[in-house]
Structure formats: C-alpha cells, structure tokens
Design a protein around this ligand. Structure first.
Ligand code: GLN
Length: 259
C-alpha cells in the first residue's frame, strides 16, 4: 500500500532522530527480531473475562483486543501481569507504555492517564452471599464488614459512603481473594464490576449474588501516560475503530460472553 511505503520512508529519519533526542519515544523498547515497536502493556490477570491465565497463556477480552489492535496497527505487545493497584504507578514510572486492566475511565485517573475511546460498558455492583436475605441496598451494610479490591472504582465507591452508612472495609489485592472473603462469611458484601462478577458466578458457580442495579455506568478504556503518548493512543483508537468496523471486536466479545 502506498501509505505504508511512505510511512516507512518517513520512519527511517524519525528513528535516527529518535536515537539522539530524549523525546517521547525513549521509553519504548524495540524488538530484536522485527522492526516493529514493542509496547509494554500492564494487565491484571486475576480479572476474567478481561484478563486471565489459561494453559500457561494470558487470554481474555483485553488481551485479544490489544493483540488485535497491535496486529492492525503494526506494533507488538509485551504483556506484564501485575496487581491492578500497581498498573497506573507502573505507567507513571515508565515501566509500561499501555495500561489495560478492565480499567474504568474516571476523572481522577484522567489527571495522570489519557484514555482511549471507551471499549466496554461495565459499572460497579454490590454482591453478597447467595444465601443472604438482609442486604437489599448499600444502606443495609450498616455495621457490617465489606470487602474491596485495592485501587479500584469499587473501593473508591465504598470509601465514599463507608462513614455515612457506617460499615467497615477490608482491602484485597485481587478479585478472587475478595470473593472468597464473602464466600467464607468474613465479609458480608463486596463491590465488583458487573461483567466480572456475573462471569465469575456463571463460570465458577460461586455461591454469590448481585444485589439490585449497577451503582454507576463506568466504561473501560485503554490508558497511556497523560500528555506523553499521543502517538500510541492514536494507534489504539484507530485500531479499535478498525476492529469495530471489521466485526472482529464483536467476535472477541462474543468469544467470551456469548452463551
Ligand atoms: N474497573 C475497575 C477499576 O477500574 C476494576 C478493575 C480491576 O479490578 N481490574 O477500578
């Protein structure tokens, strides 16, 4: 294609220049076996159906999406598994180029992260044991113990109402540990994203249930360091758009979410 020939002519001087200035490109690593850029992508592999480990491989909606975007846009990804709470700090420390963890787009995060166009509608839910009959809304959490996952929108939401409602919070690094705390009866409730808890309940037959409607309408976005990585962000948005048009985006979702 004309465009890609032109692009590679333009890229050569750009790469040479890149070698002697300290511009935005310095934190990207280069692959040894191809001339494609390799972007380091931070993921939370305790978060099916978005990111998880299966047969020794990282899979899930987020993993397949970023790999398909990379394929479409001619870059490569190196996946880095970490606790969700560590992803944005790692982006800020220059250890990652891209943050992807079923990560909700929030105004707070927008102070340090530039987000792609939203790619999934999520939203936080309240969850209790499937035998519980006394918790019908967050107000009923008064005097109870509630499990949350560090650094998440669910934890922030719980924190924002904890003193008003009057409940105690216990924090976990990953979602499965938080689910277990409620299954074991240590905590009476937890907050988790609706698609994640519905998938966990269905796939693992967890003795948990969702209470009421979603508490917000969070959407997921792919993040890069604010103000530093417009070029990566443009590729991500363009790739996402192309995948939506080609139907591949929907195929990836259906692959995990269709019955
Ligand atoms: N969507 C939630 C958030 O952004 C939770 C993400 C996660 O636990 N991986 O905070």
């Amino acid at each position: 294609m004309k465009k890609s020939i032109l692009a590679s002519f333009l890229l050569v001087p750009a790469l040479l220049l890149g070698a002697c200035n300290s511009g935005d490109d310095t934190e990207k690593s280069s692959s040894t076996d191809s001339d494609k850029e390799v972007y380091k992508v931070g993921i939370d592999v305790t978060y099916p159906p978005f990111e998880f480990e299966k047969d020794g491989k990282y899979v899930g909606i987020d993993v397949e999406l970023i790999e398909a975007i990379a394929e479409d846009q001619g870059f490569e990804v190196e996946l880095k598994a970490m606790d969700f709470k560590g992803i944005i700090p790692a982006l800020q420390a220059g250890q990652l180029d891209v943050a992807m963890g079923g990560m909700s787009i929030t105004d707070d995060r927008k102070k340090v992260v530039d987000f792609s166009e939203p790619y999934f509608d999520a939203g936080v839910s309240l969850i209790v044991s499937d035998e519980n009959t006394d918790i019908e809304s967050v107000e009923d959490l008064k005097g109870k113990r509630v499990a949350v996952k560090k650094g998440t929108v669910g934890a922030n939401y719980a924190t924002s109402i904890a003193s008003e409602v009057g409940f105690e919070m216990v924090q976990f690094d990953d979602s499965p540990s938080m689910f277990l705390d409620v299954q074991n009866g240590n905590s009476v409730a937890l907050f988790e994203d609706y698609p994640v808890i519905s998938y966990a309940i269905a796939q693992q037959d967890l003795p948990l249930k969702i209470v009421g409607d979603r508490l917000n309408d969070d959407q997921y976005g792919i993040g890069v360091l604010k103000g530093k990585n417009q070029e990566i962000l443009d590729k991500i948005n363009e790739g996402l758009e192309n995948l939506k048009e080609s139907g591949e985006y929907q195929e990836i979702l259906d692959n995990y979410l269709a019955e």
